[in-house]
Design a protein around this ligand. Sequence first.
Ligand SMILES: Cc1ncc(COP(=O)(O)O)c(C=O)c1O
Length: 418
Amino acid sequence: MKLSSFGEKYTGHSGIVDLMADLGEALHSRPDMISMGGGNPSRLPDVEKIYRDHLISLLNEPEGTYNILGKYQSPQGDEVLLNQLADLLRTEYGWPVTSRNVAISNGGQSAFYVLSNLLAGRFSDGTFRRIQFPLVPEYIGYADTGLEADFFTSSRPAVDILDEHVFKYRVDFDNLNVTDETAALCVSRPTNPTGNVLTDDEVRQLDAIAGQHDIPLIIDGAYGTPFPNIIFETVSPHWSENTIVLLSLSKLGLPGVRTGFIVASEELIQAYANANTILNLACGNVGPAIAGRLMQNREVLDISTRLIMPYYRDRAYATMELFIEAMSDLPLYIHKPEGAIFLWLWFKDLPVTSAKFYEILKAAGVLVIPGHDSFAGLAQDWKHAHECIRISYAQDEEKVRKGVEIIAREARKLYDRA
Ligand SMILES: Cc1ncc(COP(=O)(O)O)c(C=O)c1O
């Protein structure tokens, strides 16, 4: 089969595709494997019941089946839902937005793909612009989305040691080099993979810098406000005409409906809607229909803050305690869990790379995500990038406890041998 450059790009080497294939194969061949690698949200029965009840009641409405299954949405998405979301953002946060500032997407990943390629790449005047991550590690799923190679730049963060076993990344503004070739700044807040939440000050500064260069700041709120609000710190939501906020239903426990939202300037929303029509014709209806129900009476905010956020906060801190107890004698640092659904572990001076450690852990029966693929766009390799792993604690507690024991045992063997 002869493939185009597009075909070659999307079938060639990709860290995330290789890793997901490897994870899938490992789970298939060893069903007893403890999976602390994936990005699936936890199952929360109370929340699942709410979605199920809404779905059944939506189907039972007059014309329900037709409304959900039988017709296309408009390119920007269902006008009623766009108004509901704009109203929620205006009244809850004071964002000056209307339905013309909001669009619906088939998930955050698809929204990012369209937006990043609208903003970055080759321009008609021959120039080339890149998306810049002001802080890596960043979401692994961005790394291969550019239609052209060399699509991202990034800079190392400042690393603050908070106590014997806890650290936090900060944007290193002194080394943030925004140039004429920067197309946009992009952050996930909370950050996948680290659980970092950029402070209000960092976000304000980034928006100001982006504004000075007349480029947008993309804030990927897949775990953020207003939903699913998996944030354990007190921080404010941020939007300006210059900001593109991406939201998703996935981490509310609805990854199967593939629904996301974009909140941006009218000009950008219009550009997105045009591109989305060409690429997708329209978005699905099931997710937006459930979202419409959840917006009524602000139920989505109640579910997020009462049921979802506390669950992840408690699991994050409990799992962090387990790791610290199991490895109090080792140079292990855990990123302060401030949000999202993962823990980010830094094994300082780890005697092997995180890629090798991933293999050792897999052989020992635990799947994790090695950290090095989360540093897209760095001009120079960084030792730290090979000393970190991401773990998920979404599994049942007993399995997580066993996984922690195995990770501690294998890490200790490596340090003892060195
Ligand atoms: C930071 C971040 N952005 C976007 C996505 C994509 O989410 P969606 O399921 O809405 O495509 C994910 C998924 O894990 C994510 O972690």
